[in-house]
Write a protein that binds this ligand. Structure first.
Ligand code: NAD
Length: 469
């Protein structure tokens, strides 16, 4: 039996069957995760529902529990980081950093107020608007940042008095199962349950009658299925979906001043970030220089097994995603694009694709129009900045974007024209625990983080009280 168990009602629960987990650096299965049965999911839901009755009552206890979660994560960061590195592929220091980041997020969320607004308080009566928890939240996460993205759900959901059943991606279930094991020590039974299984388990969660809210992070295609599945029960949904972020470089910037930051805005986590830069629009007269600078950086970074010292980029996480990146690059080549750096999968085991800078490419090519979610960046030349803005906005995506210029006022004005949830200026991937993050258009519904994310795990209740004569 594998070392990894589910957490149901505070207990360690093995699966009736197992699900192979692949190390993306070797391409081989190295262990199994439990495959949750429908009956086991029912017991997780029943446990969460039973725990809700008490958990919702005492805000101070919940606040203290979140701090205890933060401490537990910090204490167990090295071993959790190792599990994450092995199943996800990211470099070990980054994996440990993700756990520490999650610990910080728990600690920050514990400081947030659950607002009560008083509309009237006089001899005629008192009218308050309060925030009530929903009950059981079903949470579903992807494979790129399993612990951080789960934390964006767990911390606010639990603080506001909900309980949770969380399902990680079948590609990266292990770190989340370990998270469940770690938090078993500090949370009452049933408050936080972790189950693992294939995509069908996600579908069972979205249709389960006990669930009152679904918090989902993943692809647009699955997000639409989740929304449809939630509709018959009018379950509330927050959907954090895919992006195709554009970075627009303005004509006053020297490429060498921004190349390094642009590169990491695109290639962090080997490009597997919803809001990574996925296309760059550069003024034609600075185009070659920028392409050359980015290509030089791409050739200089070290890619390899996340456990090897000094590695900056790991593999693509899984075979379907790896094949998709290969396919998009081959298509770009057929359309006449130039590979300024990389352009091929690496020989040998694992899902490694060389950091790739693609030039001489335009809108209308799949690599530009679709979300590549891998270590490949197309650079597109523009003549008029209006055209670059129109290209950035000319898709169904709307997660984030960035504008790069010494002229902050002009860049901010252009940023405000981008149809997306976050517009960064001279940076990208700058997440804040106190700012809302979410997508416009097909990139999502609702937001996470800050008091906006917190209150999305609540519904409003007006209490309108008056005295009897
Ligand atoms: P995915 O949609 O394939 O899977 C996400 C999760 O949904 C997994 O746990 C999966 O098992 C589950 N799932 C699959 N089918 C389901 C169904 N029918 N019902 C319910 N759950 C189901 O996405 P992925 O490949 O794991 O993740 C990559 C995608 O996630 C990219 O598009 C990326 O941009 C996006 N993403 C978005 C954000 C954000 O905050 N906006 C963050 C990270 C990743």
């Amino acid at each position: 039996m594998s070392d990894f168990t589910m957490t149901i009602d505070g207990q360690s629960v093995a699966g009736d069957s197992g699900l192979g987990v692949v190390n993306p650096s070797t391409g081989s299965v190295f262990t199994e995760a439990p495959n949750c049965s429908p009956a086991q999911l029912d017991s997780a839901m029943a446990a969460a529902e039973a725990a809700f009755g008490t958990w919702r009552l005492d805000e101070d206890t919940r606040r203290e529990a979140l701090v205890a979660c933060a401490n537990a994560l910090a204490e167990h960061a090295p071993e959790l980081g190792e599990v994450l590195c092995r199943e996800q592929g990211k470099p070990l220091p980054k994996a440990i950093g993700e756990i520490m980041g999650a610990s910080f997020w728990f600690r920050h969320t514990a400081t947030l107020e659950i607002p009560v607004e008083v509309l009237q308080d006089n001899d005629d009566g008192r009218v308050e608007v309060r925030r009530r928890p929903f009950g059981v939240v079903g949470a579903i996460t992807p494979w790129n940042f399993p612990i951080m993205l789960a934390t964006w759900k767990i911390a606010p959901a639990l603080l506001t008095g909900n309980t949770m059943v969380l399902k990680p991606s079948p590609y990266t279930p292990l770190s989340t199962l370990k998270l469940g094991e770690t938090l078993r020590e500090v949370l009452p039974p049933g408050v936080f349950n972790v189950v693992s299984g294939g995509d069908e388990l996600g579908a069972w969660i979205t249709t389960h009658p006990t669930v009152r809210k679904i918090s989902f992070t993943g692809s647009i295609a699955t997000g639409k299925r989740v929304a449809a599945a939630a509709a018959p029960d009018l379950k509330r949904v927050t959907l954090e979906l895919g992006g195709n972020d554009a970075a627009i470089v303005l004509d006053d910037v020297q490429p060498e001043a921004i190349a390094e930051k642009l590169f990491w805005g695109a290639f962090e986590n080997s490009g597997q970030i919803c809001s990574a830069i996925k296309r760059v629009y550069a003024p034609r007269d600075r185009y070659r220089q920028l392409v050359d600078q980015l290509a030089e950086i791409a050739r200089s970074v070290s890619m390899g097994d996340g456990f090897a010292a000094g590695v900056q980029l790991g593999p693509i996480n899984n075979r379907p995603q790896f094949e998709r990146v290969c396919e998009l690059v081959e298509d770009a080549k057929r359309q006449g694009a130039t590979m300024a750096a990389g352009g091929n999968a690496r020989e040998g085991d694992g899902f490694f694709f060389a950091p790739t800078i693609v030039a001489d490419i335009a809108d209308g090519t799949r690599l530009v129009d679709e979300e590549q979610f891998g270590p490949v960046l197309p650079i597109i030349a523009y003549d008029r900045v209006e055209d670059a803005i129109a290209s950035a906005n000319g898709t169904h995506f709307g997660l984030s974007g960035s504008v790069w210029s010494h002229d902050l006022e002009r860049a901010t004005e252009i940023g405000s024209q981008l149809e997306c949830g976050t517009a960064w200026i001279n940076q990208h991937l700058a997440f804040l625990p106190n700012a809302p993050f979410g997508g416009a258009k097909w990139s999502g519904i609702g937001v996470e983080n800050g008091h906006w994310g917190l209150t999305s795990f609540t519904e409003l209740q007006t209490i309108n009280a008056t005295k009897l004569a």
